[in-house]
Write a protein of this length. Structure first.
Ligand SMILES: [Zn+2]
Ligand SMILES: [Zn+2]
Ligand SMILES: [Zn+2]
Length: 499
């Protein structure tokens, strides 16, 4: 009887489990192992199924990916001419859970890899029930206690400590069969080594069998390269501090970014390295996406690459640039720009020298700028300008607003603009809307004592809320200050006993 043999090339799947997703990442790793293949040759090996392959290249792949040849080539053999009688499951029954195919959608097996023709093959070769969490799905590794999913692998590899078996300080992904206590890889009998090929530190390995720290170091160094093969000199402290971070996995996730800003940090770092982004605060105001740029700016300030500026001032300046660009009347834009730059920003800077600014100070500043713009627009609708504005206009504007808006917001916010306009001779002498602050009646003493008693003895409330409440009731501190308190601020001084 004739036998029909076949094989499946699984390079792409094994690469994916090691966090390598493109052929170009493999080229330098192959070169390190003395194999010079062009990017397109490697691409063909990754995307297609090669008919022949040198054993040297196969060995290099095994070394890079930390796997055996059997992981890369899955062979099949069956009697030729015999019709398959194996029961094939309907597509919607295959791939339990999230991967389940529904009629009309492309078959998940085909989306995962063209090498798997049927969902049944996908399930048989790539999915297992995880020995740790019991879920059925793609498995990342086969450990002595069974196949483990990616989540369980990551969680186990993060655990570091003294192994109860051998007493060494190592990663503890293994489980002692008797009592499921975490033990080191050596004592658990792990076949592949998890030591980094460069620094020998044990960790979850990435491309080229490198630990996360070495991978992060390489990636950041490559991004900050100024085109001469070395890191732009001003950015060396940034590289040093990023590589020294405690949780390097967070660093790598930050580089990759999350939706919708995938790769934002990578783009910004590359721009910095190449010198496309200047190392000034002004350059950072214009960068997008602003959240990623803001975080990078904070890092650069904390490492001394950029001069330190209050976070709220950075945020206000960035917002101001965009806001001013959106004002359509040139005269208004000019006045608002002067007001914002010479009055609002100066006041914020002065205040920042004394204390760190709160978000509410920043929102008040932008509120003042918005109120000024709104007032200028309202005046021009009445056929007036700031120079011809008279007391009747101020009163009419005031009368237009409701009680709440007048007292709490617009009137309050506009006052600063009017005072500035008069001081800089842009407006005639006017009486700005009075700033009335309504004060609530103070809490009666018995009620305050009763509330204090409830906070001190009420164990049903969260401790943080109780502490915050006691500070309010005893010291009348505003909430804006209390939310900035950390545990270190609240220290217990033992009372000295009098002799
Ligand atoms: Zn699991
Ligand atoms: Zn051990
Ligand atoms: Zn390493």
């Amino acid at each position: 009887m004739k036998r029909k043999v076949g094989y499946t090339w699984r390079l792409r799947e094994v690469m994916a489990t090691r966090g390598i997703f493109t052929a170009t990442e493999l080229v330098p790793l192959l070169q390190e192992r003395g194999i010079d293949l062009s990017a397109s040759q490697v691409h063909r090996l990754v995307s297609g199924t090669p008919e022949r392959l040198s054993l040297q290249v196969l060995s290099a792949f095994c070394d890079i990916l930390g796997c055996s040849p059997a992981d890369l080539v899955a062979t099949t053999a069956e009697n030729a001419g015999v019709r398959k009688t194996r029961h094939r499951r309907p597509p919607h029954a295959v791939g339990r859970g999230r991967e389940a195919a529904s009629p009309g959608r492309p078959d998940p097996a085909r989306r995962v890899s063209p090498a798997y023709r049927t969902p049944e093959q996908l399930e048989r070769w790539h999915k297992r029930t995880c020995a740790r969490c019991g879920r059925f799905g793609f498995f990342a590794a086969v450990w002595p206690d069974g196949p483990v999913c990616h989540t369980c692998e990551c969680r186990a590899m993060r655990l570091r400590g003294r192994c109860p078996e051998c007493g060494e300080h190592r990663i503890l992904p293994g489980l002692r069969p008797a009592d499921a206590v975490a033990i080191c890889t050596g004592c658990a009998g792990f076949r592949p080594s998890y030591a980094c090929s460069r620094c020998d530190q044990e960790s979850q390995l990435r491309a080229g069998r490198l630990c996360t720290r070495c991978t992060l170091s390489d990636r950041v160094a490559e991004l900050l390269d100024d085109g001469t093969g070395r890191i732009r000199p001003e950015l060396v402290p940034l590289h040093r501090m990023l590589v020294a971070m405690k949780n390097t996995r967070t660093g790598l996730s930050w580089l990759d970014g999350r939706l919708p800003n995938v790769g934002a940090a990578t783009r910004l770092l590359r721009g910095l390295g190449k010198g496309d982004i200047e190392l000034t605060h002004e350059a950072f105001h214009r960068l997008q996406p602003w959240r990623a740029a803001g975080h990078l700016r904070e890092l650069l300030m904390s490492y001394g690459v950029l001069p330190p500026v209050d976070k709220q001032i950075c945020s206000f300046e960035r917002w101001l640039g965009e806001y001013l660009a959106g004002i359509s009347v040139p005269d208004h834009e000019q006045i608002v720009r002067r007001f914002a730059t010479w009055e609002v920003l100066t006041r914020l800077r002065r205040r920042a020298t004394r204390e760190s600014l709160t978000p509410s100070a920043r929102y008040f500043a932008s509120g003042q700028v918005k109120a000024a713009t709104e007032f200028l627009g309202w005046l021009s609708d009445r056929g007036r300008t700031l120079g011809t504005c008279c007391q009747a206009d101020i009163d009419a504007w005031h009368a237009d607003r409701g009680e709440h808006e007048r007292n709490r917001l617009r009137g309050f916010l506009l006052r600063g603009f009017l005072l500035w306009a008069m001081a800089s001779k842009l407006a005639r002498p006017l009486r700005p809307p009075a700033q009335t602050v309504t004060r609530n009646a103070p809490l009666p003493e018995p009620e305050r004592i009763a509330l204090l008693g409830r906070l001190l003895s009420g164990h049903d409330l969260p401790l943080r809320s109780r502490v915050a409440g006691v500070i309010v009731l005893l010291y009348a501190q505003p909430l804006s200050r209390i939310v900035r308190l950390t545990v270190n601020w609240l220290c217990w001084l033992p009372r000295r006993v009098a002799p």
